[in-house]
Design a protein around this ligand. Structure first.
Ligand code: AP5
Length: 214
């Protein structure tokens, strides 16, 4: 099963994508996580991506597309994958379609996790992320067992640089201008499914499983 998670920054794409990956035993591919891992490792890609991420802007398509195409061609993606944060622009979606068409495949679902902007800023200011293993928490809805320490790997959890309120506002603007058009793009392909992302996480997941099938 090949799934795209759509939605504004902070809509809960990552939270849901991780659970989908576990349930259906397919890899979770998050471009944001890939950029952050590169940044942590001090690679050129990480340094370049940071310039854009810190301003709330998208990393250029030419740095992003090859990376994803390479990842989905790996062996563990043979039975499908869940894309989280990609595609984010029409050219990225077209590049993905073209790469899949070449091998006689296509995406099965684009799941839009719908959350209004006013809920987003709150969520982002409470999010805490582990920069080591990528786990995410929320100071109110999913707190860590020990304050400031990742339950999974024991590393510190922090407010991401791009979760500062001014940067979140910019990310939302960029989302509406560049990513939201993908909703129509996938509607036209008849693979768009929408879920109400303002519900509790378990309810959102239940709605997604209903769409994907048990
Ligand atoms: P990325 O890491 O992909 O960020 P994003 O899309 O902005 O999404 P987030 O990770 O911020 O949010 P999410 O929707 O996954 O929400 P989460 O589950 O964490 O990208 C970062 C940057 O990298 C981009 O800005 C860009 O610069 C660059 N980039 C990445 N991909 C790119 C691409 N393809 N092209 C170009 N540039 C790219 O949830 C958020 C919070 O809410 C958490 O605290 C969570 O616990 C909580 N929460 C989740 N669900 C619920 C719920 N139902 N109720 C209450 N709280 C909830």
């Amino acid at each position: 099963m090949k799934i795209i998670m759509l939605g504004a920054p902070g809509a809960g794409k990552g939270t849901q994508a991780k659970q989908i990956a576990d349930k259906y035993s397919i890899p979770h591919i998050s471009t944001g996580d890939i950029f952050r891992a590169n940044l942590k490792a001090g690679t050129e890609l990480g340094k370049k991506a940071k310039e854009y991420m810190d301003q709330g802007l998208l990393v250029p398509d030419e740095l992003t597309c090859d990376l994803v195409m390479d990842r989905i061609s790996q062996d563990d993606c043979k039975n499908g994958f869940v894309l989280d944060g990609f595609p984010r622009t029409i050219p990225q979606a077209e590049a993905l379609d073209a790469a899949l068409t070449k091998i006689g495949q296509k995406m099965d679902y684009a799941v839009d996790v719908d959350v209004p902007d006013e809920n987003i800023i709150n969520r982002m200011s409470g999010r805490r992320a582990c920069l080591n293993c990528g786990a995410t928490y929320h100071i109110v809805s999913i707190p860590t067992k020990v304050e400031g320490v990742c339950d999974r790997c024991g590393s510190p959890v922090v407010l991401r640089d791009d979760d500062q309120p001014e940067t979140v506002k910019k990310r939302l603007e960029v989302y509406h201008a560049q990513t939201q058009p993908l909703i129509d793009y996938y509607k036209k392909q008849n693979i768009l499914k929408s879920v109400d992302g303002t519900q509790p996480m378990e309810e959102v997941f239940r709605a997604i499983v209903e769409i994907l099938g048990a």
